[in-house]
Design a protein around this ligand. Structure first.
Ligand code: ZN
Length: 317
């Protein structure tokens, strides 16, 4: 059975695209590594924010539906929080930085580590976890960030999934993706993969009595896990099928290949290859500086650009 090295990316639905970019670039200090369109809905942007080169395990991505888009409703079968790892010494920096910018921050401790919890402007739950493992993260500092290199986000620590019952989701984590139960605290069940070490290898399950959530602005669309290559990805496909789950064909997302399956708890899982990465169509120095389109949409560029919403942003021109 394959064993994922952890989270590849997290994709959520935002409202206004400019506000979304300003928050992730200016407030959180991530790099705007790719601006393209949703290949399945070319009237919608697809923004990627990550480390200097959008290394797998650092990129949070958005479909900004604008403020006219359908609002999501949080509930069972959804991602409750997406956590980034920072150095333990950086937690105070981040608490001050977020508070200075008017972001409501709650500080707690979890499994012995400090956690800052807050929401992005659309209500998407975020956390910063102060962890020694941040020093081992593959994230590359971005020299253009407004956050000093030592304090920059070091890639994902993990995600928290809200589910009606633990068992069906746990089975997919352990029997498809290779996670192992790692502990329980205050009703939160933690799973880790061994191969990936930390950060980015944690999935927490928390129970909820809420109805199934509704995908829309302010909710996470899917969580993607790492596959080394397309061969390993095929092994995950078979493992999903063995669980009786429907799994998509392999889809070329230009920067990686992806398969999708909805786990029985309701969360859409993706398994994505490590390559070819965001430098497939831009030099690392130029990442995110223009609208990129895959070859199969390039002929439609003029129509696509005309239909996209305006992006009013302070930092991500
Ligand atoms: Zn994805």
């Amino acid at each position: 059975m394959p064993e994922t090295a952890g989270i590849h990316h997290v994709t959520a639905i935002a409202g206004d695209p400019g506000r979304n970019a300003d928050f992730y670039v200016d407030t959180l200090g991530l790099r705007f590594v790719k601006r393209t369109v949703n290949h399945d809905d070319t009237h919608t942007y697809h923004f990627y924010f990550g480390d200097r080169r959008g290394t797998p395990g650092t990129a949070i991505t958005f479909f900004p539906w604008t403020d006219e888009g359908r609002q999501g409703e949080f509930g069972a079968g959804q991602v409750g929080a997406t956590a980034y790892a920072v150095r333990p010494e950086s937690v105070g920096y981040w608490r001050d930085r977020l508070a200075d910018r008017g972001v409501d921050v709650t500080g707690t401790e979890r499994f012995g580590e400090p956690v800052l919890s807050f929401s992005d402007p659309d209500g998407i739950g975020l956390e910063l976890v102060g962890t020694e493992a941040a020093a081992e993260a593959p994230a590359e500092p971005w020299e253009g960030s407004s956050v000093p290199a030592d304090h920059q986000l070091r890639g994902f620590d993990g995600v928290t999934l809200a589910v009606a019952g633990f068992e069906p989701t746990e089975r997919v984590l352990t029997d498809v993706l290779g996670y192992e139960f790692a502990g329980e605290e205050d009703g939160r069940r933690r799973y880790r993969t061994a191969v990936g070490e930390r950060p980015g290898t944690t999935v927490d399950l928390v129970g909820t009595d809420a109805e199934r959530g509704r995908m829309g602005v302010g909710t996470v669309h899917h969580v993607a896990f790492k596959a080394e290559d397309t061969d390993e990805q095929e092994a995950y496909r078979e493992a999903f099928k063995d669980q009786g789950l429907r799994v998509s064909e392999t889809i070329d997302r230009k920067y990686f290949h992806a398969i999708y399956a909805r786990e029985p708890g309701g969360v859409l899982f993706e398994v994505s290859t490590m390559g070819p990465g965001f430098t497939a169509d831009e030099d690392v120095e130029e990442l995110g500086s223009r609208l990129t389109l895959p070859e199969w949409l390039e002929d439609e560029r003029e129509a696509i650009e005309t239909a996209l919403p305006a992006v009013e942003t302070e930092v991500a021109k």
